[in-house]
Design a protein. Structure first.
Ligand code: SIN
Length: 536
C-alpha cells in the first residue's frame, strides 16, 4: 500500500457531537483515536440543544415513571428493554458529566451535586425531570467535552474533513466480494480545504454524525445535519429503521426568510407559557389532556392543523403572564434572539411555527452501538436503537447519545488483532470538473422544498407518490454527477440527502397508518398490524 495518503488509528470517530466526543474520551484510555468532523469541532446539533437531559434523579421520581412516559410518547413502538436500560443509566451519565465539569443549574445555586440539581419540565413528561444549563445545555456539555478531548494526546482532531464513504469489501477490487460478512475498515475522507481524499483506516469506526434535519426546508438543525452516517451505512449494506418518524419541534421563531429555524425550547412551556391562536384563544385543550405540554407529535400536528384550517402563518407563544426577571434569567439566549427580532417576550407574544428537529429513525443498532456491519458502531441521532419509537420524548436524545457511546466504548475491543486487506487509493480515473455545480445547489434546495411540502407534518398517499417519483430523478441526477466530477462537500451532502430522503419516503409509504410523527390523511388511524418497526 502506498502509505502517503493513509491515516491509521485504532478508533475512527466520525462526528463531534455528544456521542462522538463521549466515545472518543472513553476509548482514548485504550488506544489512539482520530475524530473527523466536517466543520469546526464545535459545530453539531449537540451544540444547539437548549432543553437538557431527562433523568429520574429526584427522590419523588422513579425510573418506572420515566420509562412509562418514554413508552407512551413512542406510541407503542419503543422497545421496553431498551427504554429501561437507557433510563436507568441516566444518573451515572449525569454524574459522569458533573465530573467532566459540566455546570448544570442547581436548586439553590450551591455546590453542584446530583442531589442538588434544578429540574425543569418538558412535553410528555409527567413531572419535572430535565437537568439543564439555562437554555444552552448542549453548548455547555460540548464545551467541557471539547476541552478534555483537546488536551488528550491520544486524540487527533481533523476539522474540515468529511467522510465520502465507509470502506468495506465493496471497495476491495478482485477478492473483496469473497470475504464473509460485511466489515468496516475505516473510511475515505475528503480534506475539504485541499480537495484530496485519504484512506483513514481504523480497527473500529463510530458513526456519530447526527440526524438529517437539513433535508427539510425549515429546520432547527445545524447545517452539518445532512444524514451522512445514515446514507453511508445504508450504502455499505446496514439495515436502516423507522425513517418515517421525523420529529417537528412545535415552537421555533417565525422568521419566514430564514431556513435555519431558531428553537424556542419546550422548557418555556414547562415554565407555564401558553400556545394561542392569532385571536389570542387557547387551543391545545381540544387536542390533548396535557394541553401545552402534550407530546411533541400532538402539539406540532395541532399547530399545523390550525394553521392550515385558518390560513394562519404562525401561532403565538405567550409568556407575558410569567415573572419577567425569572424568565429572562432562565432563557437568556431565547430572550436575546427575540429582542433582535423585535419581540420582548415579557411584553409581546412570540410568533412560532413548527420545524424539522429530530430524526427518530436511523441505523439499526443495539444499546452498545453495534450495527449489522462488523467493526462499525453507530450512536446518537444517527442510530435507531428502539428508544424513541414513533415519537421521541423531550430531552431523551442527549441521554441516548451519551449512554450508548459510553456502552460502545466499554465493549471488549481487541484492537491489536485486526489485519487490514489491501485497500485501494481513492480513484479519480475518468473524473473531471464539468463546472456545472449549479445542478447540485439547485437539486439540494428543491429537494428540501419538496420534502417540506410532500413529506412534512401531514402526509397523504398522493403527496408520497409524487415525492417518490421526484426523489428518483434527484437521486439519478446527483449520482450521475458524483460519478463524473471530483468530490466536494456540497456534492457528498447532496448525495447523502437524496439517499436519506429516499429512505424517509419509502418508509412513509410502507407505513399505511398514522402513528406518532407519521400522519397520513388517507390512513388517519393506528393499526395493530403496523405496531412494528419499519426496516429497510
Ligand atoms: C427543547 O429544548 O425544546 C428541545 C429539547 C429536545 O429536543 O429534547
Amino acid at each position: 500500500m502506498n502509505e502517503n495518503d493513509i491515516v491509521k488509528t485504532d478508533f475512527l470517530v466520525i462526528g463531534s457531537g455528544i456521542a462522538g466526543l463521549q466515545f472518543a474520551i472513553e476509548v482514548s484510555k485504550i488506544g489512539k483515536v482520530v475524530i473527523v468532523t466536517k466543520q469546526k469541532i464545535f459545530d453539531s446539533n449537540t451544540e444547539l440543544a437548549q432543553g437538557g437531559i431527562a433523568a429520574a434523579i429526584d427522590e419523588t421520581d422513579s425510573f418506572e415513571s420515566h420509562i412509562e412516559d418514554t413508552y407512551k410518547a413512542s406510541v407503542g413502538l419503543g422497545h421496553k428493554s431498551v427504554i429501561e436500560e437507557i433510563v436507568s443509566s441516566a444518573p451515572n451519565i449525569i454524574e459522569n458529566m458533573i465530573q467532566m465539569g459540566v455546570k448544570f443549574n442547581t436548586k439553590n445555586g450551591k455546590k453542584i451535586s446530583i442531589s442538588n440539581l434544578a429540574l425543569a419540565k418538558e412535553g410528555g413528561h409527567s413531572r419535572k425531570r430535565i437537568i439543564y444549563v439555562e437554555d444552552f445545555t448542549g453548548r455547555e456539555i460540548e464545551q467541557q467535552m471539547i476541552e478534555i478531548v483537546r488536551k488528550n494526546p491520544n486524540i487527533k482532531i481533523y476539522e474540515n474533513h468529511m467522510t465520502v464513504d465507509l470502506i468495506t469489501q465493496h471497495h476491495i477490487k478482485g477478492n473483496g466480494q469473497f470475504l464473509p460478512g460485511i466489515t468496516c475498515w475505516g473510511a475515505y475522507v475528503l480534506d475539504i480545504q485541499n480537495g484530496k481524499v485519504k484512506r483513514f483506516l481504523a480497527n473500529k469506526t463510530l458513526l456519530a454524525t447526527g440526524g438529517c434535519g437539513q433535508i427539510y426546508y425549515y429546520t432547527t438543525n445545524s447545517e452539518t445535519a445532512t444524514g451522512d452516517g445514515i446514507a453511508m451505512a445504508y450504502r455499505a449494506g446496514a439495515r436502516i429503521a423507522n425513517m418515517e418518524f421525523i420529529q417537528f419541534h412545535p415552537t421555533t421563531l417565525y422568521q419566514p426568510d430564514s431556513q435555519r429555524a431558531f428553537l424556542i425550547s419546550e422548557a418555556v412551556r414547562g415554565e407555564g407559557a401558553i400556545l394561542r391562536l392569532p385571536d389570542h384563544s387557547e387551543f391545545m385543550k381540544e387536542y390533548h389532556p396535557m394541553e401545552n405540554l402534550a407530546p411533541r407529535d400532538v402539539v406540532s400536528q395541532a399547530i399545523d392543523f390550525e394553521m392550515v384550517k385558518n390560513g394562519y402563518k404562525f401561532v403565538y407563544l405567550d409568556l407575558t403572564h410569567l415573572n419577567p426577571e425569572k424568565m429572562i434569567a432562565r432563557f437568556p439566549q431565547i430572550y436575546k434572539k427575540c429582542i433582535e427580532n423585535g419581540f420582548d417576550f415579557t411584553k409581546d407574544m412570540i410568533p412560532v411555527v413548527p420545524a424539522a428537529h429530530y430524526t427518530c429513525g436511523g441505523i439499526l443498532s443495539n444499546t452498545d452501538g453495534e450495527t449489522d456491519i462488523k467493526n462499525l458502531y453507530a450512536c446518537g441521532e444517527t442510530a435507531c436503537i428502539g428508544l424513541h419509537g414513533a415519537n421521541r420524548l423531550a430531552s431523551n436524545s442527549l441521554l441516548e447519545g451519551a449512554v450508548t457511546s459510553n456502552n460502545a466504548a466499554k465493549l471488549p475491543q481487541n484492537i491489536e488483532k485486526i489485519k487490514f486487506p489491501n485497500i485501494p487509493k481513492w480513484s479519480e480515473e475518468n473524473i473531471f470538473d464539468e463546472n456545472e455545480w449549479v445542478v447540485i445547489s439547485h437539486n439540494k434546495s428543491t429537494l428540501r422544498e419538496m420534502m417540506w411540502n410532500y413529506v412534512g407534518i401531514i402526509r397523504s398517499n398522493r403527496r408520497l407518490q409524487y415525492a417518490s417519483e421526484r426523489i428518483r430523478i434527484f437521486y439519478r441526477e446527483i449520482e450521475e454527477f458524483y460519478q463524473k466530477n471530483p468530490v466536494r462537500r456540497d456534492l457528498i451532502e447532496a448525495r447523502n440527502l437524496a439517499t436519506t430522503a429516499y429512505l424517509i419516503i419509502r418508509s412513509a409509504i410502507m407505513r399505511k397508518e398514522s402513528r406518532g410523527l407519521h400522519f397520513n390523511r388517507n390512513y388517519p388511524e393506528k393499526k395493530k398490524e403496523f405496531e412494528k418497526d419499519t426496516i429497510i
